[in-house]
Design a protein around this ligand. Sequence first.
Ligand code: MG
Ligand code: ZN
Length: 360
Amino acid sequence: MNKIISISLIILTLVIPAISQSNKNNKEVKNVILMIGDGMGIAQIYAAMTKNGMQLNMTQGTQTGIATTYSADKYITDSGAAGTAISTGVKTKNGSIAVDTAGNKLKTMLEYCEEKGMVTGLVSTSSVTHATPASFIAHQASRGSYEDIASDFLKTDIEVFIGGGLDHFKKRKDGKDLTLDLTKKGYTVIEDQNQVISFKGKKLAALTAAEHHKKMTEGRGNMLPESTEKAIEILNTYQKGFFLMVEGSQIDWAGHANDAEYNVAETIDFDKAVGKALEFARKDSNTLVIITADHETGGMTITGGNIEQKESQIHFSTKNHSAIPVMLFAYGPGSETFSGFYDNTDIIKKILPLLKINEK
Ligand code: MG
Ligand code: ZN
C-alpha cells in the first residue's frame, strides 16, 4: 500500500509540472495566415517534394487534416464556391463569390476579422479580383464580374493586397480609375513589383500586373514569397492581430493545362511562401498558419519516380478539377483543432473561436 502511494506521488510530481508547463506554452491565437494552393492535391504536393529533395515547408505543419470540397450544386467544386466555403463556412453554387445560393451576402473571414479590429491582407499570383482572393473580400453572383469585384475592394478596410489585376481597377468599362479612390483612402498604390520590397508604410495596394503574374516557368521569380513576407511585415506593425490569405493561384492553371513542369514549379514557389509564413510564426508564437487547397486540379497521379534524380512520373486524368478531398496542414497555437477528416466549411468554424470571434 505504502509502495503504491509513494509511486502515485512520484507520478503526480512528474505529471503536474508537465501539465502546467504545457498550459504555459498554450499561447493565444493573435494572427492567422491562411495559405491556399489552388488546385493543390496530395500528388501535386508529393511531386514538388520529390523535386525539392524530399523536403517541403508545408509538411512541417504539426497537425494534418483532410477536407471534402463539393459545392452546393456540384460534386466537383470551382474556386468560387470552394473559396466561399472556406471564407464563410457556407456552401454555395459554383461561380459564386461570398453569396449564398439565393444570392445573399455572406460574411467572410476577412470581414469578421476587420469587425473585430484586426488588420487584414490578401496576396496572390493571379489578379486579386480572381475567384480565390475575391471570395474573401467581394460579394458577387458571378466570379467573372472582375470590375465589380475590384469595386468591392473599396468597401472594406483591408490594409494590404498584392497581386495582379491593375486593369480591373484602372481600365474599366465605366471609365473610373479606382487607383485614385484607393489613394484617397490612404493606400500607396504600387504598379511595379520591384517596389514592393522597399515599401515602408501602413496601407499598400500593389497591383503589379495588368491581369495575372507570369508563370513560374516563364520568369515570375520571387514575387509570391517576397510579397508574403512584405504583407506579414506591414500587418505586424499594427500590433492588433492580423488575418492574411496567400494564394498560390497557378498550381490550378498548370493542372488545367496538364503541364507537369509548370505544376511542380508553382507548388515549390507556393511552398517558399509557406516558408516565409512559418518563419514568422516560429518567432512570433501567437500565429496560426493553415496550409490547404480549395480543390484538386487535373486528377494528377504519380506512377513512378526516382528520389535521387528528384523525378516523378506525373499523369493527369482530366483537364478539369477533381472531387478528391484536399490536405490541410496546421502550425502554431490551436493547430490541434485541425486534425481529422472534415468538410471545407468546417475550417472557418475552427478558426473563428480561436480568435474569440462569434460566427453570425
Ligand atoms: Mg484561385
Ligand atoms: Zn481551376
